[in-house]
Each structure stands twice: as structure tokens, then as C-alpha cells.
Design a protein around this ligand. Structure first.
Ligand SMILES: Cc1ncc(COP(=O)(O)O)c(C=O)c1O
Length: 316
């Protein structure tokens, strides 16, 4: 199955095909390396890449529980907020975005304007209050205040987000040895990890500096209810590349931007400077290592191209 399924959901969304593309280069051919790209960026222009994966079952749960809508969290430039607003509008439910920064308003930037135009109610809170966003007591307080809203953590990082991302590898019907994926909250990589075969390795590229990938993945999986021993066994299949953050979240030095434009010129594939550009640079650099000779490698394109608007120039 190569399509993301919405048949069982009462939601008015037209979704694109997340196909698997092949990247070719004589250098890789010589060493019998086969490179594939899972094109989740094609799923939807706004609810793109991993966004729909993380929201799908949260929307379903909200509809099944007959809640009024989804309440979630994000920074001023959060793609997750916009995607949630669009998904909720398509499902005919309301959305509330709790935004970091009480100096902001609905017109502060294009992301927030877009959320508002998609029907999301924005609530701006101080950075101190936002720091509490994952605290149990804070959730209880919000739950009481917004009783009929389904609360989804920042970045869709909950059990439902994880199991939505588990579907990515189930749609792959070529033999794969190694998978490369960008990491923020780790939700997407946790979902991918859960559906790996025993011999497959998952290469994660955190875009945050000094990020504890394994610790964060473990904590999210345990919070999601997954068994500790199984989680520990699965995490043995993960390889962390923590040297491709290019200075940290939201940092994109010129050499990264040059890589993204050259890559687009060569392979006609667009990457974003926050997540996928860094992950792809990591994969291409690592392929030079002998251990990849004769291997089949999959890059999961998690979308995010709207994040690169005005930063990367794809004109030729
Ligand atoms: C384009 C893109 N790729 C990767 C990620 C990282 O995903 P996760 O937060 O699930 O680790 C994000 C953040 O959601 C993203 O927007």
C-alpha cells in the first residue's frame, strides 16, 4: 500500500501519494549502493510529511470521543500548529493553539496568520508558562479549562502520533538495510523504529544541539505505554548522528543552504533547511563509508518545505 489511508475517517482531505523514488549516481552504482526516498513530502501541501502521520489517529480519537476539537502547542513558526489547524478544519472540528510568547499576536508572522485563517484560536502564553507544557498538572489544568478538547503534545508527540508514523515503513515494499531520518521530538523515528525488521538499522539525525536522542526516544516510548525491555532491544538498532545539526535548531549556515540547492539541481528533490536538508547531508556524507557498499538505504522525506520559504532559492 503506497497511499495514506483516510477511508475510515470522516474527514474531507485529498492526500497525495507517498511514493518511493530511487536516487541514482554512478558513484553509488559502482559500489552497488541502492538509494530510495520515501516521499511523505507529497502527502499534502500543509499537512505534509510526518505531520499527517502524527495527526491522523489523534483526529480519529477526537472524532470517536466526540470532543469538540484539538488543543495543541507550538512556537511562533510551528508547522505542527498550521498542520493541526488545517487537519481540524478538514475534519469539521475546532482547534486551539497554545503559542510560546505572550508578546506575539495573530498577525505576528505568516505561520500565525495562516493558523488563524484556518480557524485556529491562538492563545499566547509567556515562555515560563510554556516551559510547563509537558507537565501533568499543567495538562490537568488545561483539561479542566478546555474540557471538550483533545490535548495533543507539541509536535504530536504521543502514542497516537507514534502509531501513525509506524505506517511509514509498512508502505515500503523494497528490501532495505538502513534508514535515515531527521529528528525533533523523536515521534516519527519512534514510529519507524517500531516497524523495523530485526536486521535493519535506523540512523537518526537530531536537529537540536546536545540532544539526547536515545534518552528522548526511550522516554517517549515508555510514556506511550510500550514495554521497557522491548524498547531497550529496539533502541539497539538506532545509530545517532549528532554532528549534523549545523549549529542547532533553526540554524542554517551557508554551506547547508549550498548543499540543498546543489542537491536539488542534481536530483530534482527539494529539502528544507530545518530538518530534511541536515538529514540528507548526513546520509550523503555517511555513504562514503565502506560499510554501505552493497546496501539498500532509505531516506524518509518528512516534508517541511514550507519552513524553507524565503530561505532556500530553488530557481535555476
Ligand atoms: C519536516 C520535519 N522533519 C522532521 C521532523 C521531526 O519529527 P519528530 O518531531 O517527530 O522527531 C519535523 C518535526 O515535526 C519536521 O517538521
Amino acid at each position: 500500500m503506497e497511499y495514506v489511508n483516510t477511508e475510515d475517517l470522516d474527514i474531507d482531505l485529498e492526500l497525495g501519494e507517498s511514493r518511493v523514488d530511487r536516487l541514482n549516481s554512478p558513484i553509488w552504482d559502482e559500489r552497488s549502493i541502492h538509494i530510495f526516498v520515501k516521499r511523505d513530502d507529497l502527502i499534502h501541501p500543509i499537512i505534509s510529511g510526518n505531520k499527517w502521520r502524527k495527526l491522523k489517529f489523534n483526529v480519529e480519537l477526537c472524532l470517536n470521543l466526540k470532543k469538540n476539537g484539538i488543543l495543541t502547542f507550538g512556537g511562533a513558526y510551528s508547522n505542527h500548529l498550521v498542520a493541526t489547524a488545517a487537519a481540524c478544519q478538514s475534519a469539521g472540528i475546532t482547534s486551539i493553539g497554545i503559542v510560546r510568547g505572550d508578546e506575539l499576536n495573530e498577525n505576528s508572522n505568516e505561520t500565525l496568520k495562516q493558523c488563524t485563517s484556518l480557524g485556529m484560536k491562538l492563545v499566547f502564553i509567556s515562555r515560563e508558562e510554556y516551559a510547563l507544557r509537558n507537565d501533568r498538572e499543567y495538562h490537568q489544568k488545561l483539561g479542566a479549562e478546555y474540557r471538550l478538547m483533545h490535548l495533543v503534545p507539541e509536535g504530536g508527540a504521543n502514542y497516537y502520533g507514534i502509531i501513525g508514523c509506524q505506517e511509514i515503513m509498512q508502505e515500503i515494499n523494497v528490501e532495505i538495510d538502513d534508514v535515515f531520518i531527521a529528528q525533533g521530538t523523536t515521534t516519527t523515528s519512534c514510529g519507524v523504529l517500531l516497524s523495523l525488521k530485526d536486521h535493519q538499522r535506523l540512523h537518526v539525525i537530531p536537529v537540536l544541539k546536545k540532544f539526547d536522542s536515545i534518552g528522548e526516544m526511550k522516554s517517549l516510548l515508555l510514556k506511550g505505554g510500550f514495554d521497557q525491555e522491548m524498547t531497550d532491544d529496539l533502541l539497539d538498532q538506532v545509530i545517532v548522528h549528532d554532528d549534523f545539526h549545523f549549529g542547532g535548531y533553526g540554524k542554517f549556515p551557508q554551506d547547508l543552504l549550498d548543499f540543498i540547492t546543489n542537491f536539488h539541481f542534481e536530483y530534482k528533490l527539494k529539502l528544507d533547511p530545518i530538518y530534511t536538508g541536515k538529514a540528507m547531508k548526513c546520509m550523503i556524507s555517511n555513504l562514503e563509508n565502506d560499510e554501505f557498499s552493497g546496501k539498500s538505504v532509505l531516506f524518509i522525506h518528512t516534508g517541511g518545505l514550507q519552513g524553507g520559504r524565503g530561505i532556500v532559492d530553488f530557481s535555476e
